[in-house]
Design a protein around this ligand. Structure first.
Ligand SMILES: [Zn+2]
Length: 214
């Protein structure tokens, strides 16, 4: 039986392929030294000398930056949303947090995705502190993402934990893999949305939400 199609990939360079585990690395997280070595390899591959003065501390800095860029893997959106307030005097109108700035990275190129999120829900009894909505956006943004998936994840987790009458999420973002490389189309942004419950079923609720997004 043939094992794969076409010629074997090159052992080095951009055509090389490495086996990718289906989920998290089963061998456990790599050490700081391994990460720094990987960055040195990338610098050499790009054509520079990782031992020159200006680059000597770069691998350690990149490792620290990655901890910040991808801190969402250590955050649990369900837990963030779990503390709710029930004494709301029966408030049952739309709650909307507008234009939440987020920074993410596309999972195809690891290039920045810079955008804003509009997150709305109509409570049925329980509300969360508004900062929690922003933290949920960040918890998903600070991972390797595609915008469509991130939009759905935000809406789904709010729907599951708060069990509101409905949820609406709109994301607008610029993808640096499209603006600074590839087709080079600056000025474009991608808009994605997910509507659940009354946002999906009631045209007036949906319209009220969309009107708030200018
Ligand atoms: Zn990309």
């Amino acid at each position: 039986m043939k094992s794969g199609n076409g010629p074997a990939p090159a052992a080095n360079g951009p055509g090389a392929t490495v086996p990718v585990p289906s989920n998290r690395d089963e061998a456990g997280p790599p050490s700081q030294a391994e990460v720094e070595q990987a960055v040195r390899t990338m610098i050499r591959w790009a054509g520079d000398n990782p031992t020159r003065d200006g680059l000597a501390d770069t691998p350690a800095r990149v490792a620290r930056a990655f901890q910040e860029f991808f801190r969402g893997y250590g955050e649990d959106p369900v837990e963030i949303l779990q503390r709710t307030f029930e004494e709301t005097e029966g408030y049952d109108e739309m709650v909307i947090l507008r234009a939440i700035r987020f920074e993410s990275f596309c999972e195809h190129h690891m290039a920045p995705i810079i955008g804003r999120a509009w997150v709305a829900y109509v409570p049925s009894g329980r509300v969360v502190g508004i900062s929690k909505l922003a933290r949920v956006v960040d918890a998903y943004a600070k991972r390797l993402q595609i915008q469509e998936k991130m939009t759905a994840q935000i809406a789904n987790v709010i729907n599951e934990v708060l069990q509101p009458q409905g949820v609406g999420v709109v994301l607008k973002a610029t993808h640096h893999c499209m603006t600074t490389r590839g087709v080079h189309k600056p000025g474009t942004d991608l808009v994605t949305s997910r509507m659940l419950g009354c946002f999906r079923d009631n045209p007036m609720t949906r319209q009220e939400f969309l009107t708030m997004i200018e």
